[in-house]
Unconditional design. Structure first.
Length: 293
């Protein structure tokens, strides 16, 4: 085990300093054709911003984080005001394989912003811009989740940056989505949970989970052991961790299929999947199917 851990730590040292390799797609079917012409360069501007902005500091080097922003325009008003839904996802490499692990899969339905054709996009952490601050928020989330998987609580700095952006957004004229609201997803609630000490045990356990993912193809038994450690940790901290929280839903939305695939031949998989049905009722049917295979 010591040699395996050493190899993964070496892998970590060349991988934690990452920026984004982002693909942006845009769908404008729901807005008038006249407004689409004013967005002719929008996809390229956003993709260029996400891929060229330095979110992690000049001293960081390493492979970039694969991610995507799928933007669906839902409304337009005047010449420059838009509403959109955005699907954000990111992946990270799995040690010693060509596979990737899905880190986040988020559907954000409440983005409102302004944009003019040919507008230059600039990063500015001291002021709020409804377009670039939204992109900055998710860039920091992506980096934070990635770092948490390599270093225990390694993403804290970036989750704190995302929370600062949410605070700016909540007091702006574009506060929708930046204030606390009910529903299956709320970006403000997610980042507050990520920076709340109540969820610290989960984030610490998530680091162990990714050790299990990285070691799985080298030592399946050990990998499964660490994956199950996180599941048991969530169960043991049920009184502190809200199973209906945005953070827990976000984790299981990205991870339920990965967990099932890694534990499909686990000796005690029936008990583990039955526990997961209680911890993650949103994917209960998947776990039931896995128990019966």
């Amino acid at each position: 085990m010591k040699s395996i851990l050493t190899a993964i730590l070496l892998f970590t040292t060349i991988s934690i300093a990452q920026e984004l390799d982002c693909t942006v797609t845009v769908n404008m079917d729901n807005i008038p054709i006249s407004m689409r012409d004013r967005l002719s360069d929008f996809q390229g501007a956003v993709e260029n911003y996400l891929n060229k902005t330095r979110f992690v500091g000049d001293s960081w080097e390493g492979p970039k984080i694969t991610c995507s922003f799928d933007i669906f325009f839902t409304s337009s008003a005047g010449d420059v005001n838009y509403g959109a839904q955005v699907a954000v996802s990111s992946q990270r490499d799995i040690y010693n394989t060509s596979d990737k692990s899905l880190m986040i899969k988020i559907n954000d339905n409440s983005w409102s912003f302004t944009y003019q054709n040919g507008q230059a996009l600039y990063a500015n952490q001291s002021t709020f811009d409804p377009l670039t601050s939204f992109l900055d928020f998710y860039a920091n989330l992506i980096i934070g989740f990635d770092l948490d998987s390599y270093i225990e609580l390694g993403g804290t700095e970036y989750f704190s940056k995302a929370l600062n952006i949410a605070n700016f957004g909540a007091s702006s004229n574009f506060s929708n989505g930046w204030t606390l609201a009910s529903g299956s997803y709320n970006r403000r609630r997610l980042v507050e949970e990520l920076t709340n000490d109540s969820y610290r045990p989960f984030r610490e356990g998530e680091f162990l989970y990714y050790y299990g993912i990285d070691v799985y193809d080298i030592n399946k038994e050990l990998g499964q052991k660490y994956i199950v450690k996180l599941i048991n940790l969530i169960n043991e901290n049920n009184g502190k961790i809200d199973l209906t929280s945005v953070l827990m839903k976000t984790f299981f939305n990205a991870k339920s299929e990965e967990i099932i695939s890694r534990l499909n031949d686990y000796p005690e998989r029936y008990d583990v999947f039955r526990l997961l049905q209680r911890l993650d009722p949103g994917h209960s049917s998947k776990y039931a199917e896995a128990m019966n295979q």
